[in-house]
Design a protein around this ligand. Structure first.
Ligand code: CTP
Length: 414
């Protein structure tokens, strides 16, 4: 994505997390221009942020060189989104009052784009009525003020006032910059492997990392969907901005999926669910001498198949399959047998595809009969293409009856 973000950094201790935020934004293809207050430079150096953003960092109003462009206006004009992180009580007060006494506040007054503000301060400062009034004013003016996190604060107090983690802020930024074309969709994604206990310390599992499901959940959230992720023990972190329900076994996944299914418009089942579980797991650890010669297994419920039997007309069901022989033929059979709207076929025989990779090679088989073979691409890109097909299925089927009304995203600059 090529969009320009103006990142305002003010003088709070949470500024130490800003280099990580800049890295995440740059990795997502954003052009980041950092504007710092003098106090901000006490916590993180302009050189660090200039190096990571690959752009000059702007601090001083009076260092503007005379030229065809007025720097603070051109910065504001170029911005697709502005983010103030960390936002101290001081900058929040100045923005609410419309002051412009340094470069950052001057740029802010000239902005025409959405503004995200990430408060960061001592809990008592945050609760102070003046600060709360200023935050309310900024919200009324159309700024998006993120809720600070609660926890240990650098000043020694515990409570709300912590700046959200860089990953959470980055997800919020990407959500604002992406077209909210999935707004109103409630999407359930399953991901990762399951673990089937053999005894207190051993289990059966598979090599799934959860990367494909995390990519689908993150992209869906970014595109405005309300996402629930039900995931087995993954080797990657669940994305920010989704409701995360961790599970361990296939039976637990089955129970949680059934609880959420009725309130889901779309289900995307990327999880590599174990088809079997040990019939009689030991409660303690099995000693060497007691090791059974054979392990009896029983079948786990085929969650996808059960969802196919319960699916309502407006629900969209997407399954995954990993096939090694006759993939297309087997995939077409699975699509019908499990009553799916779409099957994503992993070509695990191809280099760069399948478990633990950052890339995948997939075929899409749609219930409408369309089929598509995609080249090797990142799992993020595969996720976006799956969601594009889901959107097309929704459009063809007509509007959902039970879709939530979408909130108009009206913006006013501070
Ligand atoms: N799946 C499921 N519950 C299971 C097993 C699989 O919901 N107990 C779902 C997975 O989440 C995925 C698809 O079914 O969407 C994967 O199916 P796959 O393992 O490829 O094929 P199976 O249907 O299990 O058949 P087989 O292993 O015999 O090919």
């Amino acid at each position: 994505m090529s969009a320009t973000v103006v990142l305002g950094v003010t003088g709070g201790i949470a500024a130490y997390k800003i280099p990580a935020l800049v890295r995440l934004l740059v990795a997502d293809g954003l052009d980041v221009s950092v504007v710092m207050t003098r106090a901000g430079t006490q916590f993180v150096t302009p050189l660090t942020l200039a190096t990571l953003s690959c752009n000059p960092v702007h601090v001083d109003m009076w260092s503007e060189r005379p030229g065809p462009q007025v720097e603070h206006i051109s910065l504001a004009d170029r911005a697709d989104l502005a983010v103030i992180a960390p936002a101290t009580a001081n900058i929040i007060g100045k923005l609410a009052a419309g002051l412009a006494d340094d470069l950052l506040t001057t740029v802010c007054l000239a902005l025409k784009c959405p503004v995200v503000i990430c408060p960061s301060m001592n809990v008592n400062m945050y609760r102070n009525r003046v600060v709360q009034r200023n935050i309310k004013t900024l919200k009324e003016m159309g700024c998006h003020v993120m809720e600070p996190e609660s926890g240990w604060l650098a000043c020694g107090w515990t409570g709300e006032g912590r700046m959200p983690e860089p990953e959470v802020i980055a997800a919020e930024i990407m959500r604002h910059l992406s077209a909210p074309d999935l707004e109103g969709e409630r999407i359930l994604v399953t991901a990762g492997p399951t673990e089937e206990p053999l005894d207190a310390v051993r289990f059966l599992t598979n090599r799934s990392s959860g990367k494909m499901g995390v990519a689908v959940a993150a992209r869906a959230a970014r595109r405005g969907a309300q996402v629930t992720l039900i995931a087995g023990p993954m080797s990657v972190e669940p994305p920010a901005g989704v409701r995360n329900i961790p599970v361990r076994t296939a039976l637990e996944m089955y129970q949680r999926v059934m609880e959420v299914f009725d309130d889901s418009d779309v289900v995307i089942k990327t999880a590599a669910v174990s088809d079997f579980r040990p019939a009689n797991p030991a409660t303690g650890k099995i000693k060497k001498e007691e090791a059974p010669g054979k392990i009896s297994l029983v079948r786990n419920p085929d969650i996808l198949h059960i969802l196919g039997t319960k699916k309502r007309a407006q629900q969209i069901l997407v399954g995954f399959a990993a096939e090694t022989e006759n993939p297309l033929e087997n995939g077409r059979k699975k699509l019908i047998a499990k009553n799916l709207d779409m099957l994503v076929l992993n070509d695990v025989t191809q280099p760069g595809a399948g478990f633990r990779q950052d890339t995948n090679v997939v075929h899409f088989l749609l219930r409408s009969g369309e089929e598509e073979s995609l080249d090797l691409m990142t799992k993020d890109r595969v996720a976006d293409l799956i969601l594009d097909r889901v959107k097309e299925i929704r459009l063809r089927r007509g509007r959902k009856q039970d879709s939530a009304p979408s909130e108009a995203d009206h913006q006013v600059r501070p």
